[in-house]
Design a protein around this ligand. Structure first.
Ligand SMILES: Nc1ncnc2c1ncn2[C@@H]1O[C@H](COP(=O)(O)OP(=O)(O)OP(=O)(O)O)[C@@H](O)[C@H]1O
Ligand SMILES: [Mg+2]
Length: 363
């Protein structure tokens, strides 16, 4: 359906796309992942010609849209785009926002555009807000309207650039649910996301972008569980590891817990394992180790989830003299930590900055 041939994009100071060659099939739901600055947004923008590529060709349904003679408005109609920031017209009601383009560009009658627009609002759960203005909606609702507005143009493919990253966390779910629905209905989509859990759930193909192109292309299982190439392996490993450095007794434990929850959510760590991991941190680190350490200490807490074994391995490393938390006199905390874990073992090297290491396995 879409064929990208040797796509290249140069900016004065960067060449984010060197040579992109891929084919996208009808009904594909592709998530695009990769480190920051690897050209994910650039690829999306070049595809629908918001930003013209330096060279290369893009074919949609046999038509070369990078051709000079190709009508831009026709391309925009074929390829819908949903941005991070919703870009609604604030002086128009929700239904007017949705009707505008179908009336102007598809030459639909107002009645037809209205009927179709209401139907779309129903599919994103917002028919009730049709006569409200964008300012009266939450971020999640605005983004759902933006999706409905894009769909009103009856595009063949919809491109999303981090559609949930400007939203408050509690609103991410409602927008993801709408995108999941569209995937079920067989809409062809390309979605740039930093959320690996969502990528795994929603897509049938993942593009890992790096080194100026689609560096690895595979199913979510292939890319997340068994990446083949070096950079992909490194990236996947890094996002699967949670790491925090704690350097003060007064550290922000609320943020710590929040970040840990977020890590668990994104990596599909079961709730039960998350609770146990929290208990381990609370009892071993907060109750036993941190109070024992010298004033200017460094403690690193790392956790990694293995989906294969369904275990979280936590490594607690800290400075100072040899100290095994399991030998402390705090019997209550020791037994709570033991109950929450499969194994706890302590080692002391005396060489590193982190002289002590406690490794904990949690099911
Ligand atoms: N309009 C522009 N002018 C000049 N350079 C640009 C422009 N847009 C992007 N770049 C550069 O191109 C590179 C790729 O940027 P891009 O925004 O596509 O990355 P990204 O993969 O989307 O990153 P992120 O995950 O942070 O969103 C970067 O080095 C960026 O600085
Ligand atoms: Mg981007």
């Amino acid at each position: 359906m879409i064929k990208i041939e040797h796509l290249r994009k140069e900016y004065p100071n960067a060449t984010p796309l060197k040579d992109v060659c891929v084919e996208i099939n009808k009904d594909d739901v592709i998530t695009i992942i990769g480190p920051s600055g690897t050209g994910k947004s650039t690829l999306i923008r070049c595809l629908n010609q918001l930003d013209p590529p330096t060279s290369g060709k893009v074919w949609v349904d046999g038509e070369c849209i990078t051709d000079k003679n190709c009508d831009i408005s026709k391309i925009r109609r074929k390829m819908g785009m949903v941005f991070q920031s919703f870009n609604l017209f604030n002086h128009m009601t929700i239904i007017e926002n949705i009707m505008a383009a179908p009336v102007d560009l598809l030459k639909k009658s107002s009645q037809q555009a209205y009927d179709d627009g209401m139907e779309l609002l129903r599919t994103v759960g917002l028919a009730e807000k049709a006569f409200n203005y964008p300012d009266e909606l939450s971020g999640g609702q605005k983004q759902r309207v933006a999706i409905a507005r894009t769909l009103a143009m009856e595009p063949e493919i919809v491109l999303f650039d981090e559609p949930t990253s400007a939203l408050d966390p509690e609103m991410v779910g409602e927008v993801e649910a709408v995108i999941r629905d569209l995937a079920k209905k067989g809409l062809t989509m390309m979605i740039v996301t930093h959320d690996m859990r969502f990528a795994r759930e929603v897509s049938n193909r993942v593009f890992y972008m790096d080194e100026g192109g689609v560096y690895e292309d595979g199913t979510p299982q292939q890319i997340f569980d068994d990446p083949q190439k070096e950079n992909t392996k490194r990236f996947i490993k890094r996002i699967k590891i949670f790491e925090k450095l704690i350097t003060s007794r007064d550290f922000d434990f609320i943020k710590f817990n929040n970040d840990l929850d977020e890590f668990a959510r994104k990596n599909l760590v079961p709730k039960k394992s998350l609770y146990r991991l929290r208990t381990v941190f609370e009892e071993l680190c907060t109750q036993i180790i941190i109070p024992e350490l010298e004033k200017d200490f460094v403690l690193s807490f790392q956790a990694e989830y293995s989906q294969k074994e369904e275990t979280v391995t936590a490594a607690i490393r800290y400075s100072g003299k040899e100290f095994n938390p399991m030998d402390s006199g705090n019997f209550l905390s020791v037994s709570l930590a033991e109950n929450a874990s499969e194994s706890i073992c302590h080692s002391y090297s005396g060489e590193d900055e982190f002289t002590n290491t406690v490794t904990v396995k949690v099911k």
